[in-house]
Design a protein around this ligand. Sequence first.
Ligand SMILES: Nc1ncnc2c1ncn2[C@@H]1O[C@H](COP(=O)(O)OP(=O)(O)O)[C@@H](O)[C@H]1O
Ligand SMILES: [Mg+2]
Length: 269
Amino acid sequence: MTGLEKFMGTPPDTTGAAIEVTGLHKSFGDLEVLKGIDITVRRGEVVCVIGPSGSGKSTLLRCVNLLEEPTSGVVRVAGVEVTDPDVDIDGVRRRIGMVFQAFNLFPHLTALGNLTIAQRRVLGRGKAEAEEVARRNLRRVGLTEKEHVYPAQLSGGQQQRVAIARALSMGPELMLFDEPTSALDPELVGDVLAVMRRLADEVTMLVVTHEMSFAREVADRVIFMDAGAVVEEGPPEQVVGEPRHARTRSFLARVLDPAAAEVLEEGSE
Ligand SMILES: Nc1ncnc2c1ncn2[C@@H]1O[C@H](COP(=O)(O)OP(=O)(O)O)[C@@H](O)[C@H]1O
Ligand SMILES: [Mg+2]
């Protein structure tokens, strides 16, 4: 049995977990970046990961879709162990949509072309079907009228919405977002978050973000990471609203009100 057959032939798991990460460690040389992560994302859930820069959030996401190979630990996606050495990595990645801070659109292709190319090359869809799926997803992100436009003619927010539509066009079982609004001018952030908010009802999402209002309003659960470990997790009203740990509190103070946090820090020197 190939890894892909293994993936596709797996009966629905009873836990309903879209992602199950157990004892995940990742080192780059001597640097241990993930120090034993355990997280579960249930099907249909929206989970936001927050935490300081360098805490390992991107590495965690990259280990879920095997852009990075975990040093040890087990990662399951929809019940299938993707850390199994025999698994078909491409088959796994096909089921996971990923949206990065940088939009990574092909500059020489229109919005429609950006949405159809992987469908055709990777999924083997014909032109008509790929375009139909692409148009449906451009509509989902509110860019129906932009299908013939090239990335350079789109705003950053529109480019990111194209990137989201591109990921959706592959029919993923879950979506990973890595700081999808961090590269955007502030006035463009809202449109991208609005699209993600709508998707939250339909798609399982694991979202690394510094947008605390999004985390508060949209996430079912929030995970706070620091220095390669999960410090606390729970419903947003707890983790963002009434954090238990001092590290979470000081992170939130910095994110929510950088000027005030600076004063606090200067005061404590
Ligand atoms: N490919 C890599 N090689 C070496 N170090 C890396 C690599 N990727 C990430 N790191 C290091 O791992 C740590 C965590 O990085 P990252 O997961 O990007 O954190 P975050 O997304 O929370 O900012 C950082 O110290 C970063 O420099
Ligand atoms: Mg990162």
